[in-house]
Ligand binder design. Sequence first.
Ligand code: ARG
Length: 499
Amino acid sequence: MKKPTQKPAQKTPAKPAGKSMKKAQNKTLKAETGRPMRKATEKLWSGRFNEATSADVEAFTESISFDQRLWRHDIQGSIAHARMLAAQRIITAKEAEAIIRGLDNIAADIRSGDFFFSRNLEDIHMNIESNLTARIGDPGKKLHTARSRNDQVALDLRLYLRDEIQSILSLIQRLEGTLISIAEQHDTVIMPGYTHLQRAQPVLLAHHLLAYVAMLDRDRDRFTDCLRRMDVLPLGACALSGTSLPTDRALVAKQLGFRAIALNSIDAVSDRDFAVEFLASSAIVIMHLSRFAEELVLWSTEEFRFIEISDRFTTGSSIMPQKKNPDVAELIRGKTGRVYGNLISLLTLMKGLPLAYNRDMQEDKLPVFDTADTVNACLAIMNGMLPAITFNAARMKATAGEGYSTATDLAEYLVKKGIPFREAHSITGRIVFHCIQNKAGLETLELSVLQSFSPVIAKDIYRVLDPSTSVSARTSYGGTSPAEVKRQIRYYRKLLKIK
Ligand code: ARG
């Protein structure tokens, strides 16, 4: 997948800091004037402080261990910001060039693993900015003009989520396509439809699978909708109230491809609705995946024997040699828990926070990252597993007719003969009761026995009680008849532009 390979932040550099880091330290030390030298990595906000931060506080407040994965988006935002500063003559074109070149070099170092993320520098924003100044000198100190980490982090998270949502959207779409092609390959397979996990009425397997396509399609809608509201530029709000410098937020929005600019600077830095919406949409899609995963687990039991999941997507037991377990499906079902937890975690984090930025909000990233990773992984593995499933059509068909699953067809037969539905329901119920007592199936009763319950029943009833007839007869819009199921397939093929 498209995930960058990122090194975790290290408490101590695994190898001596690369040349860029050594340069950084020297520059920082040289830049010191008048004040006692404290640390190689001087804080960017150290001016009003006399004492060094306690090491415990540094460890407690850092976010670089997890927000370093925002580096691409942080650099992307900084480049757009620098270009705007130059266009507005807040910095010179030469300074902007130096900044952009420096940021490009930082990106190259991070990509190749040659960048040392320092915990003393708290977060990704200050790690990059201070490294930039160490590399290019004075122009680096101008990058943070007319911006704050508050609008910067809001920007980074939006840019990050924009990418993640694009990836999730295409994975959902692929999964829909996979389900549709499985439905088409098995378009005549009949299975029992369930309510309360009791056999209810025969349905087409394709119909059942398409129910998941319907869910996934709503999920795509939700993420698209979430993306639209997220696609608003917060940068330029600065700490909370804007700036007296002549910035051009539209120019930044244009460079970063945002469709709009946050109208209220206080809202821009305190809003995390977009992240909550992302987690909520994720919670719903993973709920859908968990329902499907549960069915795959059930269907592959010896009790059901509806499917067999390929060896490539199952695992064995360390003690029971005969076992073949559906662990992938179980883990998808299981991971739903943390995705729900992440949603509740962010909602709770944001609850009651006064405006504008509060450091609490630093904790927004862990649930967001974890959810994005989990949902991407679950969608991808589900997509890999599904084509590797074999369906036991004979077993599905055999069980589809059991459990009086065509009782509703009998009741509807009586309705067609002019009997009010309530009465028809009651007559059929009595016939089913008779069958249970006599250990018979509806279709095995003699016509005379059936007629003793209702004289309108004729010989044509036996065709009605056949599961295939039952399925074909359900021609109401959206029903399980082959024609209606084909209509659904046509609808989604067109929608998803599948040829
Ligand atoms: N690391 C911080 C976060 O993730 C960045 C913003 C810090 N802003 C501040 N005023 N301390 O939220």
